[in-house]
Design a protein around this ligand. Structure first.
Ligand code: NDP
Length: 449
């Protein structure tokens, strides 16, 4: 086991996030390997940690001043063991091979947990949509797709959105794909409703994360009613996490973006959430403006000199990290425990560092890791693919019910797998083991390919 991790580190020493994601999975699946010697014999770990394909390309585009800009584009096709590659595109200056390989690796197991036939992939660019005009974003998306189109397809690889890729970007990407291929197919998910999108897709990751939290609470005969919650981020996942928490009777006191966070002692109610959605999705403003509009709220700018995030240092019952990777470190995790938080459900991918995860597990709080708790987004993407294939649209209530059913089933799989391997209540082990076994068995069925 440690041999494989060392090998991966030696091969790509700078890919820290990828090492972190691989180590977390491999450490928890050790008992599975011990019980199934054929997995080691077939060298499954070396195979599953090497992407099937990595595509890297130049994305040249012209800005509004007539200057030519160049960004780097990527698509990691990690595993097609149980279906076509599926996973989002991230546009953010921090994007590099390490981050995308970690996300693609996580995606493989997450997709397996959804019960739908989807392999795992991830892609994106170091392009920053923030501060760009709509025309600049469009020209970038068109250039990005001018290369990506030859690698994807409705039966091959179906990208979706992620950080920095919302409805606007999906629209421009789809338009270019359609023009180049001369076909109208479900090659991207997260499309607008009028041209192939699914109801509940925008809501799915946030809603699904809260459904997963509700499932964890139900094991203890508890609910979200009257629970105080801390949410980070203020994008797609955070917004619909807040919406669902409010619907289930909880209170939300925080939101953030990369520049800082707001703490609203009175709670972010439905009207304030509508303001945030308009601010973020239409005006593309900053969360600091919330405190100007609602003076009771306190805005705290991000302070890089601090070794902890003050957002996580408030009294609460539940935490929903919904911004980005490694946003909760060991100090933050200790602060959450000190402040009486007993549930953490990850809307973001890998938001907790390994030290933070260990603190949650040692304190035996309800901790839902991203690959289980935030699988609702890709699950409804899978439902969007089904609707596109059948060329029909399901009503919102039907999609929402399916989403609830899928989150319940993911929760159950985690609980069963953890119990089967003598780690009851450990959702990290449960999620990794359940996803791993499914993918690995499919790989063995299909021979050495
Ligand atoms: P959005 O781009 O809509 O929102 C991201 C939010 O996180 C913004 O508020 C952004 O602030 C903040 N953020 C991003 N990077 C950082 C950073 N380095 N430090 C602090 N804040 C940051 O993305 P999503 O809501 O779609 O994604 C959020 C998380 O959820 C990601 O980890 C993503 O991988 C994960 N996820 C998303 C799914 C989806 O369906 N969209 C599905 C499953 C997981 P700012 O505007 O200042 O950058």
């Amino acid at each position: 086991m440690s041999d494989i991790i060392q090998l991966i580190k030696d091969k790509d020493p700078e890919q820290k996030e990828f090492h972190q994601a691989v180590a977390e999975v491999l450490e928890t699946v050790k008992p599975v390997l011990d019980r199934n010697p054929q997995y080691r014999k077939e060298n499954i770990l070396s195979r599953i940690t090497e992407p099937e394909r990595v595509i890297m390309f130049r994305v040249p585009w012209m800005d509004d001043t007539g200057q030519i800009q160049v960004n780097r584009g990527f698509r990691i096709e990690m595993s097609s063991a149980i279906g076509p590659y599926k996973g989002g595109l991230r546009f953010h200056p921090s994007v590099n091979l390490s981050i995308l390989k970690f996300l693609a690796f996580e995606q493989v197991f997450k997709n397996a947990l959804t019960t739908l036939p989807m392999g795992g992939g991830k892609g994106g660019s170091d392009f920053d949509p923030k501060g760009k005009s709509d025309h600049e974003v469009m020209r970038f998306c068109q250039s990005f797709m001018a290369e990506l189109f030859r690698h994807i397809g409705e039966n091959t690889d179906i990208p979706a959105g992620d950080i920095g890729v919302g409805a606007r970007e999906i629209g421009y990407l789809f338009g270019m794909y359609k023009k180049l291929r001369n076909e109208f197919t479900g090659v991207l998910t997260g499309k607008s409703l009028a041209w192939g999108g699914s109801l509940i897709r925008p809501e799915a990751t946030g809603y699904g994360c809260v459904y997963f939290a509700a499932e964890m609470l139900s094991v203890k005969n508890d609910t979200l009613q009257a629970k105080t919650c801390l949410v980070s981020g203020s994008g797609n996942v955070a917004q619909f996490t807040v919406e669902k928490i409010l619907e289930l009777g909880g209170t939300v006191k925080t939101l953030s973006d990369s520049a800082g966070y707001i703490y609203d002692e009175k709670g972010i109610d439905a009207d304030k959430l509508a303001y945030v959605m308009h601010l973020k999705n239409i005006q593309r403003g900053r969360i600091s403006e919330y405190a100007e509009k609602y003076p009771d709220a306190v805005y705290t700018p991000t302070d890089d000199a601090l070794d902890y995030n003050p957002l996580w240092d408030h009294e609460a019952d539940c935490a929903f990290p919904s911004a980005t990777q490694n946003e909760i470190n060991g100090t933050d995790a200790a602060n959450l425990i000190k402040n009486n938080v007993t549930l953490v459900a990850e809307g973001a991918n890998m938001p907790s560092t390994p030290e933070a995860v260990n603190i949650f597990l040692d304190n035996k709080i309800m901790y839902g890791p991203g690959k289980a708790a935030n699988a609702g987004g890709v699950a409804v993407s899978g439902l969007e693919m089904s609707q596109n294939s059948m060329r029909l649209n399901w009503p919102g209530e039907e999609v929402d019910n399916r989403l609830k059913g899928i989150m319940r089933s993911i929760h159950k799989s985690c609980v069963y797998a953890a119990a089967e391997y003598d780690q009851p209540g450990n959702y990290v082990a449960g999620a990794n083991i359940a996803g791993f076994v499914k993918v690995v068995n499919a790989m063995l069925d299909q021979g050495l390919v």
